[in-house]
Design a binder for this molecule. Sequence first.
Ligand SMILES: Nc1ncnc2c1ncn2[C@@H]1O[C@H](COP(=O)(O)OP(=O)(O)OP(=O)(O)O)[C@@H](O)[C@H]1O
Ligand SMILES: [Mg+2]
Length: 352
Amino acid sequence: MAEKILEIRNLTAGFLSDKGLAKATDRVHLELEKGKTLCVVGESGSGKSVTALSIMRLLDYAGGVIADGEVLFNGQNLVSKQQKEMLKIRGNQITMIFQDPMSALNPVFTVGEQIAETLRIHKNLPEKEAWRQSVDMLRKVKIPDPEIRAKQYPYEMSGGMCQRVVIAMALACNPELLIADEPTTALDVTVQAQILELLLQLKREFRMSMLLITHDMGVAAEVADRIAVMYAGAVVEEGTVAEIFERPRHPYTIGLLQSIPGLEGDRGGELYTIKGTIPKIDQIPTGCRFHPRCPYAMDICRQNEPPLRESNTGHKAACWLDDTGEDDPRPGKPNTRETKVTIMSRPEVAQS
Ligand SMILES: Nc1ncnc2c1ncn2[C@@H]1O[C@H](COP(=O)(O)OP(=O)(O)OP(=O)(O)O)[C@@H](O)[C@H]1O
Ligand SMILES: [Mg+2]
């Protein structure tokens, strides 16, 4: 079996209020194999960033708490680590890049100084060598004239350039795992593609594993080995890119796919949108958390939460309509794929 660099088990994390814990993630389970890319997708508010911050043990600093579960990084549970120990892991073995490059950079130091500082702290390099490697990193992220650029301040650079600097800083210490939380969302569309391409190339070059958070299914299709779909704090589907795109099982995933311009849902220029809005974390509905927005909701969906069931190929989905039949034609069990596809493509039948 392939080695796992990251395994999140039953992660429940959230924010305390007068009414108790509002769960931003509810028993989340995710796995990432060494050298692979896992994309976590889902609408705004689905708990993607809380998951990432929990892995990094930065959630405390954002006012949240990890209430339960484990985050196994190379087999060691990060949840039980002291913050002092996490300081050695963060920035060294695991690094994270965020949506807004400007917030990650210090405006009063040159970009070269900032990368060199990371190298001095984590690799204990002398000043001159840290500067040399800092310029080298700027070259690796394809910043032209790196010797000159290293002496510039963040405000002298474009958003795309700044994100390249942030990537250089994140990779300077050769981390095993890179967590990228919407790394291209704040950038222009053309720059987005370049940054993604760069990330992929560097991931191969540095032999890293990557957890990429995005709300863009198109990005996930291009970059991921596996995709986990989160909705209102829970993983509702997980599988390979082919499984998610060609054999989606959860109505929420199907809705997300139909919302991509140019795919099935793009009927004559009118883009499909999933009706309704994601619930607030202190108002998660009973039963299936997606049922109020699901065109196929049945009685059982309103009452009982569907378990995340796994097929024999490892494709997981949490939906009462789904019986894992399509990948798993178990003896004596009818393959319900035909039925489901019919239901999925004719919501008016299910609603009546
Ligand atoms: N500091 C906080 N206090 C209370 N609730 C919070 C806080 N931070 C986040 N939340 C709530 O936790 C839930 C999950 O937030 P999270 O930031 O993980 O979502 P996300 O999937 O990353 O969304 P986005 O795509 O907008 O980045 C949201 O409902 C959000 O409102
Ligand atoms: Mg987020």
